[in-house]
Design a protein around this ligand. Sequence first.
Ligand code: ATP
Length: 301
Amino acid sequence: MAETALTLRGVHKSFGTTHAVRGIDVEIGRGEIVALLGPNGSGKTTSLDMALGLTRPDEGTAALFGAPPAEAINRNLVGVMLQSGSLLRDDRVGRILTMLARIAGVADTVPALAKRTRIEDLLGRYVRQLSGGELQRVRLAIALVGDPELLILDEPTAGMDPGARREFWELMRTEADTGRTIVFATHHLNEAELFAPRTIVMHEGRVVADGQTSEVRALAASQHLTAALDAEDWPGLRAELAAVLGQSDAIDYARGQLTITGADLRKAAIVVLSHEAARAVELKNSTLDDSFALLTTAKSA
Ligand SMILES: Nc1ncnc2c1ncn2[C@@H]1O[C@H](COP(=O)(O)OP(=O)(O)OP(=O)(O)O)[C@@H](O)[C@H]1O
């Protein structure tokens, strides 16, 4: 079998006037765990749908294990947990799983699968009786029915509280340890950091970063420097700062408050600290979400 689990080559997709995916190239090797990160509407779902053959690209090609997506899916190589697609509310969890396992020819594996995904006590429940977190665990079990090589998850923890989210990633860790390839879309940088060695960042239909999650994180790392300053002191300090700030650093002064954002503001901090008029000087590292915003806006500018 091909060493590459998922390939998107030069894919574009438009919906009417919305150019949702603008020529992306992605190759994911077997056994990799990859986070697909991006804000709402950045093209994550459309890209995964194209990889799965659910949406046809306007241009470019998609392949799973070197073959057309439908072929890999028919061979039970792929398990999916999509945002769309609901389960029959008036059916019992156990019946749904058994039915799907029978179709896949693995009916005898349901008890072990239920144990692994911690849904044993849910098997007798109706789908309509499940909480959001329970439903997602059931959907994960369904994705795992055919013991797929590749697991594709589109925002699997959407709507979960922090406890359910933590439990979900614990389950996923067990699945990852079996050597499965896992690709998941998320809005949460911390999920990428905790779980995926590789992160692909999408913004406005393009890949704006692709690499080791720690590198992507470092690329986006930023600092914020804030200080209080009277308006008459601002021109003098601005002149001093001009000598130490880089082109990509953003500087703003309004209503007595100075704010600077940049990758490394240590020199600027020394300048501001040594300026007598500046008060309440603070230098902070950005939060993960700040970094993400900086990364995506910087690339689209
Ligand atoms: N079937 C569709 N018809 C019309 N527009 C669509 C359709 N599917 C997606 N779009 C548009 O394409 C763009 C990309 O959407 P997509 O769902 O791929 O983004 P996303 O990154 O997965 O977003 P989210 O994080 O909100 O799920 C958006 O502007 C969206 O409104």
